[in-house]
Design a protein. Sequence first.
Length: 355
Amino acid sequence: MALAQFRLLLSRTDGLCRSGTVSRYSELAGRGEGPAPGAAVVSSALTDLPLPGSLPCLVDLDRAPPLSPFEEISEEEAVQIVALPPLPPVSTALRDYVNQSETLRMLVHLGVFNVGSMDLLQARGLGSMLLRMGLQDLQERLLFLRDLGLQEPQLGPLLTRNPFILTETLETCGPEEVGSMVCRAPYLLNFSVQRMDNRLGFYQTLLGLSPQKTRDIVTRLPRLLCGSLEPVKENLKVCELELGFRPNEIQHVVTRIPKLLTANKKRLRETFDYVHNKMAVPHALIVKFPQVLNASLLRIRERHLFLQYLGKAQYDPAQPGYVPLDRLVSLPDPEFCSELATASLQDFELFQKTL
């Protein structure tokens, strides 16, 4: 009886082999769908039956057996053989290898835009490294980046900007801070720990900050660890010698707005000159609200002139009608008009057209 049930089941399926699994019923069970009630009884009754050793796997008898490399074939069969094109021994672009490399196809799938057109002669051996890299090695590095907090949509742009991350040895890092820093400075993982330690020591000594404050600055502006040191030195000289800030004031300003360390010097001078000389804001207030130095000069000028036209350009905290600098530069136009200028947005827009 059991053998008859077994033959009945064989007649209804085409995927049964010596493993004793029935692909169709397994698929239905995995989806939560059940076969007909009678078939379910047959399937459950067979789960404990051993397969007879004399029963072979089902074979497609109409399928031609694979050719042996030592078997002679006819000319007609030889003409029908389609051979894959050979890989070029030398190439200046990776596009010639994408179809034959799982690693490159994975990078294309992630959205790495320069895989197909990367110049191997200018990539310092990167192309050869990617061709030799196995899919498992690539997956390990992608998982490492995921552990740092990067999401899949961020991986493509990140590797497009800095594919050399894939050549680095994986290190144990703090996931949250490093993930944020790598997103904003993709070349960070290319640098050795010794180089980054030297950079941290340089900024700590130059700015006279504590180790914790130094780490906070580079976490918020990670390109400080990657870029040139000369712009930072020049900006600090500008702040001290030209703008007249004292060392302790510079410390406070850069810990609040680290971007000022790499800001354009001309723009920094013009903004300070307008705020300090035209608006009569002293150094102490600029240090208290350093974001004014990072704001658009056009926005500062338009809003100051509008307040001045209304007789409300008062930036002294001891005077009535005081206007805080941080709100002056950060509020959107509607809130600026209603809260600081107490005027309509249409009036402000008409005033802007007169400038």
